[in-house]
Design a protein around this ligand. Structure first.
Ligand SMILES: O=C(O)c1cc(C(=O)O)c2c(n1)C(=O)C(=O)c1cc(C(=O)O)[nH]c1-2
Ligand SMILES: [Ca+2]
Length: 726
């Protein structure tokens, strides 16, 4: 990356080069400046070189981050300036000091405590040794990566009793850095610009001023051309998806694009909404549920075509029979959409799941690549969404090139030449249905990477079996009566797996050839929900695992070359960067996300931590923390007649975080089948103004009655008793 203010070395190497590369009109001026610099400017500048890690240094290196520097960094990968490394989101670093020959000598340099006990999903962003990392509850940490010491922490103070507003853990997928500001999307819907040096708020906007829907933000903002763009989540609770661009300097709104139409009796926002409305059946009153299509993760910018690509989410509610009874594609659900980066106007779309029915989102991270396909150079998007197919799409026009399933699927047999799925009719039937992939996806938000040297994409793939039972009636979310709970339109019993699904769960790292649409190698894991990937010119792939390890593989062969325990399950992806000429690898660990709330794959539950490694690192690992669990709950007195009502209450109020008592083991939230008898006997003390409201436990005052709690107790003990080995 070109760093203007790095006068120590830049002085010798023509100080104005970075400026001229950005502003060609200033070539003549620059020539003079170079001359001056060599004669008198340099000695003065050298005397003022700020100490690394000092406020002046942080100001200098973060102010230099802009579109040109992000592009320039791709020549070396010295820094990791955006969440996916570059605008193409390759997560492929050209650094090769750490490589397949010496990775065995990788050792710990420092760890940094993120002071969080919920999921950590962000990739560390690093420029010249200044690191920005988010933890749960959208807390931002600035870290001196030379030492691992805190520079500052910013807590946007999300109301901890409002975690229920999102479906999938109080997570955050990271920051965007631009001209001295750090941008973070906050769980409660705010977009905040922070001063990169001090962590103080520069501006703040509420991006979800609408009161009808339960919006949250978990994704990372994207900055380009002086605009910062953010989407939101909420389609499990009823929401209408959109993304908004703001001026990065002022926070003024530049544009907004909705992903699905609103009430057709009112004027449409634009032509793209009018066209979309013809693919929805108004008798389903989809606008009341919001329709869905939330842009809760991937937003990618293409500087060459000046397009923004977004992946849109599932239908809201999931079940199309409820949402749009007459069928229809329901544009622009589950689609890749290209927008004009300046205006936010629709340019093209490709819909991966017409008429989504299964929470098959297209929000999974995409990678922009230039590939030779059938002998011709193509500018493509590589995409592996929840639905289990790997897509190659022409990013100049949205035309389908190819799709191939990367895991076994049962909802479609393939895609036709026009890019439409060939669906299996039972997948939309009225009978209970084992959805493969299920709503957790064959691949979720965990970032994949693409290594142009091997030609392979490294993709965390999985199966998490779920049985879906179609049902017309829509259940309430106890917290917000009138808001629809997650599986609205599907029987909420899916959470309790009323009909146990038959397919086996798995988690694996897939090395996938996107040209041949074929697996090259795989590594099997003990469980699903493993971390994102990083790949390097050192012929390496790095990935953290659900069972608490950080692993390096040979990128060509898949041979495991190195691993280290990290004290808890890993869901995030690693980054790598140079500091003062030496290569480091950092990974933030912290078990969580939608699967990690209630389930786990290791007995270790250490808090959120950033680990940083280098060759010959010798730092001692921190002490690991074990899960605190009691034996299977026994002895709570209850009336079996209360169990059916208790079940319904538990499903709408408790299941999403606590899982099924005694069946799930508990993830970053405890399972109520494995707590003490006294805890369940005193459940009311936790439910109403209880001690865990600062950790994400909602306050149910006014939402549940004391009698409801007694029924929930009956369900919890009844379930534990039912599964106890006789
Ligand atoms: O439909 C939505 O609006 C929405 C939002 C989110 C989110 O914001 O985290 C997730 C999902 N859906 C989702 O379907 C999903 O599987 C998921 C997993 C995670 C996670 O962080 O582990 N978030 C989300
Ligand atoms: Ca969803």
């Amino acid at each position: 990356m070109t760093r203007l203010p790095r006068v120590d070395s830049a002085c010798l190497l023509f100080p104005e080069i970075a400026v001229t590369s950005r502003r060609p009109a200033r070539l003549a001026q620059a020539a003079i400046a170079i001359g001056l610099g060599l004669t008198l400017g340099c000695s003065a500048a050298l005397a003022q070189t700020p100490a690394k890690g000092s406020p002046e240094h942080i100001k200098a290196v973060t102010s230099a981050v802009d579109g040109a520097s992000i592009k320039a960094n791709t020549a070396t990968s010295n820094d990791w300036p955006t969440i996916g490394l570059d605008y193409a989101e390759t997560r492929f670093s050209k650094l090769n000091q750490i490589n397949a020959d010496n990775v065995k000598k990788l050792g710990l340099v420092w760890t940094y405590p993120l002071e969080s006990s919920r999921g950590v999903e962000a990739t560390p962003v690093v420029v010249d040794g200044v690191m920005y990392q988010t933890a749960s509850w959208s807390v931002v940490h600035a870290i001196d990566a030379r030492t691992g010491k805190r520079l500052w922490t910013y807590d946007p103070k999300v109301d901890r009793t409002k975690g229920y507003k999102g479906c999938c853990d109080v997570v955050n997928r990271g920051v965007a850095l631009w001209k001295g500001k750090v941008f973070v999307g906050v769980y409660d819907g705010r977009l905040i610009a922070l001063d990169a040096v001090t962590g103080k708020v520069v501006w703040e906007r509420n991006t979800v001023d609408n009161k009808e829907f339960s919006y949250t933000i978990t994704g990372a903002p994207r900055v380009f051309n002086g605009k910062v763009v953010i989407g939101n989540g909420g389609a499990e609770y009823g929401a209408r998806g959109y993304i908004t661009a703001y001026d990065a300097e002022t926070g003024n709104q530049a544009w907004r694009w909705y992903t699905v139409p609103g009430d057709p009796s009112k004027p449409f926002e634009d032509e793209s909404m009018a066209r979309a409305a013809s693919t929805w059946d108004p008798s389903g009153k989809y606008w009341v549920y919001g329709g869905g299509g939330t842009v809760w993760d991937t937003i990618t910018f293409d500087p060459d075509l000046n397009l923004v690509y977004i992946g849109t989410g599932n239908g809201s509610p999931w079940n199309r029979h409820v949402r749009s009874p007459g069928g229809g594609d329901n544009l622009y659900l589950s689609s890749l959409v290209a927008l004009n980066a300046d205006t936010g106007q629709y340019v093209w779309h490709y819909q991966e799941n017409p008429g989504d029915h299964w929470d098959y989102t297209a929000t999974q991270p995409m990678i922009l690549a230039d590939l030779t396909i059938d002998g011709a150079p193509r500018k493509v998007i590589l995409h592996a969404p929840k639905n289990g197919f790997f897509f190659v799409v022409d990013r100049t026009n949205g035309k389908f090139i190819s799709a191939k399933n990367f895991v076994d699927v049962n909802w479609a047999t393939g895609y036709d030449a026009n890019g439409r799925p060939i669906e299996v009719p039972q997948a939309r039937g009225k009978e209970p249905y084992d959805s493969i992939p299920g709503p957790y996806g064959a691949h979720n938000w965990h970032p994949m990477s693409f290594n142009p040297q091997t030609g392979l994409v490294y993709l965390p793939a999985q199966n998490i079996p779920v049985n879906l039972t179609p049902e017309k009636s829509v259940k309430f979310n106890v917290q917000e009566p009138g808001k629809f709970a997650s599986a609205a339109g599907w029987n909420l019993g899916f959470m309790l797996n009323a009909t146990p699904p038959k397919s086996p769960p798995f988690g694996r790292l897939l090395a996938w050839d996107p040209v041949k649409q074929k697996e090259a190698w795989r590594a099997e894991y003990v469980a699903p929900w493993n971390g994102g990937t990083l790949t390097t010119a050192g012929n390496l792939v790095f990935q953290g695992t659900a069972d608490g390890r950080f692993i390096a593989y040979n990128a060509t062969t898949g041979e495991k070359l190195w691993e280290t325990p990290v004290g808890t399950g890993v869901v995030a992806a690693a980054s790598t960067y140079l500091i003062d000429g030496k290569q480091y690898v950092s990974i933030a660990v912290g078990w969580g996300g939608v699967f990690g709330i209630a389930a786990r794959a290791t007995e270790l539950q250490s808090p959120g931590t950033v680990y940083t490694f280098a060759i010959d690192g010798k730092a001692p690992p921190p002490a690991f923390v074990k899960y605190q669990t009691e034996g299977l709950l026994a002895g709570v007195k209850y009336d079996p007649k209360d169990v059916p009502e208790g079940t319904a209450l538990y499903v709408t109020a408790c299941a999403q975080c606590h899982g099924v008592p005694g069946v799930d083991k508990g993830g970053n939230v405890r399972n109520l089948g494995y707590v003490s008898k006294e805890t369940i006997e005193n459940l009311r003390n936790f439910v109403f103004k209880g001690p865990f409201h600062d950790q994400g436990m909602p306050d149910f005052t006014g939402k549940l009655t004391e009698a409801d709690v007694v029924k929930i107790q009956a369900f919890i003990q009844g379930t534990a008793d039912a599964i106890r080995p006789k």
